[in-house]
Design a protein around this ligand. Structure first.
Ligand SMILES: Cc1cc2nc3c(=O)[nH]c(=O)nc-3n(C[C@H](O)[C@H](O)[C@H](O)COP(=O)(O)OP(=O)(O)OC[C@H]3O[C@@H](n4cnc5c(N)ncnc54)[C@H](O)[C@@H]3O)c2cc1C
Length: 525
């Protein structure tokens, strides 16, 4: 039953009392913007509330749910799987970005971050002390938050050795639907601190990847380690997908690379071609600053300049491997292991792409538009190595089936790949299509950047076809047993799940959120 007008008014009035009127946004344009992810939006929430402390967060949740109003948490808003797209307009969206405190405990080697801290902010705070977390962020870490990554699962920096975001967690403080605070890990024990995760059954795991359907992460504690100062990388070109996939697989199994990623021809050109003069200068400056001394910086820049942008012209696919050592000899020996594994499958090329990536790991969100200003949406599946070739074949067959309709509707596709630890392959098909920009693009991207990219007319048929193909690809993923991070309201989660598993999950949801007010619709719960 929908909450009454009086309930809605009373909830908004209480929220204003809790956080102050300046932190409750009720303008239509603000509500629409915050509810719009990189791809699309669903319902417009009643208000956006920007809580400034964990206590305010608990009270805000109670104020809404006690009136029967749903809660939708949003971190940096850098996702595209409807995770914070409100399923109902009877919702309050919580923007967590004011929850940005960081406490570093060097003695016990953990850091506790409030959920709205971005990965770039956390990395900067830890770098000052020569520390890092094992997984240290997605490419979108300038905007993406610790809370967002923990709630949907993220990969990239550190994932080659240390897995996904959830693998670095020690414990969390979670606000439940009734406004109470649940503590997980060793911090939940009498006199406990959050220094250890596994003390009996692990409650943290229930909430990692929950898309906010079970609670709102308020604070997250992650394990710390020393930063390895020496970063080296190698890049390879391949004649086809299969060479690239084998190289990524064999290198991953060595367990030596901090990160690796593969690009198909279109994405590779996009990564090289996207860099305009200002971005190239920024990247060059970042590469220079991150070098240990000016001579090394100059050498790296010279290699990049000589390589230019044409070195991958002859390669169909490319893969890029990054290692980190405690000293030069250590890093060199790790890179030697990468080369031994990759050499049989491709040809080594200049390492411009990984050098720029590590020079400026957290990039501005320019890729939310395609290289020629098109709309952009990726999707992904994580699969065992044994299924990679089958998936690729099925995807290529799908793309031939759709080729004529894609061309007619101005749609192109690309793909990106990575490995996670020694045991998983992530395949990310990407769609671009010519279509008008939406509110998210116009608010997130700087005006001087938007002026440089073409503007397209509305293309509703293109949009529909992309959606049809995404659904088809989700089914192909399911047919080979792939799994997903970033489940949100996009990937199947309950569909096809075995009955015992599904039953237990439903009961857990019922215990934690009996009125289904925590981000309803997520995880198909
Ligand atoms: C250019 C670009 C590059 C990207 N690169 C990567 C990459 O390298 N690796 C990768 O994995 N992904 C990547 N992404 C996808 C996405 O940015 C990340 O997965 C990121 O972790 C999302 O974090 P966020 O704070 O923006 O979350 P949001 O988009 O704000 O939210 C994501 C989900 O988490 C929920 N949520 C947010 N905060 C909380 C909280 N405190 N408690 C409970 N639930 C919460 C939301 O309701 C939603 O369901 C990229 C996206 C873009 C646009």
């Amino acid at each position: 039953m929908a909450p009454k007008d009086t309930s809605r008014q009373s909830a908004v009035a209480r929220l204003i009392q809790i956080v102050g009127a300046e932190h409750v946004l009720t303008e239509e344009s603000d509500r629409a913007f915050f509810a719009h992810d990189v791809y699309r939006m669903k319902a417009t929430p009643l208000a956006v509330v920007r809580t400034g402390s964990v206590d305010e967060l608990c009270r805000a949740v109670t104020a809404a749910t006690s009136e029967g109003i749903a809660i939708v948490p949003r971190g940096g808003g850098a996702s595209y799987t409807d995770g914070y797209a409100a399923a109902t307009d009877q919702s309050i969206l919580i923007d967590t970005t004011r929850l940005n405190r960081i406490e570093i405990n060097e003695t016990d080697m953990y850091v506790t971050a409030e959920c709205g801290v971005t990965w770039a902010e956390l990395d900067a705070a830890l770098a000052a002390k020569g520390l890092r977390t094992p997984f240290w962020g997605p490419f979108s870490g300038l905007k993406a938050t610790i809370g967002g990554a923990m709630s949907q699962g993220s990969v990239s920096f550190g994932s080659g050795l240390f897995g996904i975001s959830a693998d670095s967690v020690l414990g969390m403080d979670i606000v439940l639907a009734d406004g109470s605070l649940l503590r997980t890990g060793s911090a939940a024990a009498i006199n406990g601190t959050p220094f250890f995760r596994h003390y009996g059954p692990d409650l943290s795991a229930l909430f990692t990847g929950d898309a906010g359907a079970l609670g709102i992460k308020a604070r997250i504690t992650l394990r710390l380690m020393k930063r390895n100062p020496i970063v080296m990388s190698a890049s390879y070109g391949f004649a086809d997908f299969y060479g690239m996939a084998r190289a990524l697989e064999t290198v991953a199994k060595e367990g030596v690379n901090s990160e690796s990623f593969g690009l198909n021809p279109l994405l590779q050109k996009a990564w090289l071609g996207r860099t305009n003069l200002k971005q190239s200068l920024d990247a060059a400056l970042a590469v220079f600053k991150n070098s240990r001394n000016p001579i090394e910086g100059l050498m790296k820049l010279t290699r990049m300049a000589i390589a230019g942008k044409s070195f991958l012209d002859r390669a169909e696919y490319s893969a890029h491997f990054i290692v980190e050592g405690i000293d030069n000899a250590h890093a060199r020996s790790l890179l030697a292991a990468v080369r031994t594994a990759a050499d049989p499958h491709g040809v080594e090329v200049p390492n411009t792409i990984p050098t720029v990536v590590r020079g400026m790991p957290f990039m501005p969100l320019f890729p939310i538009l395609g290289p020629a200003g098109e709309r952009w949406v990726p999707l992904h599946g994580i699969m065992p190595f044994s299924q990679v070739d089958t998936f690729h074949r099925l995807l290529m067959e799908q793309q031939s089936r759709y080729a004529d309709r894609m061309a007619a509707n101005k749609i192109t596709h690309a793909a990106m790949f990575t490995t996670i630890s020694t045991h998983a392959f992530l395949y990310e098909p990407v769609f671009y299509w010519q279509d008008s920009r939406h509110i998210y693009h116009n608010r997130y991207l700087p005006e001087d950047f938007l002026k440089t990219v073409p503007v397209y007319a509305e293309n509703p048929r293109g949009r529909e076809l992309v959606e049809e193909m995404r659904e088809d690809i989700r089914n192909i993923f399911q047919s080979i047993g792939a799994v997903h991070m970033q489940v949100g309201k996009c990937y199947p989660y309950m569909k096809g799940r075995d009955a015992t598993n599904a039953g237990i999950l439903k009961q857990i949801k019922q215990i934690l959120d009996e009125s289904n007010l925590m981000n309803p619709g997520s995880l198909e719960l």
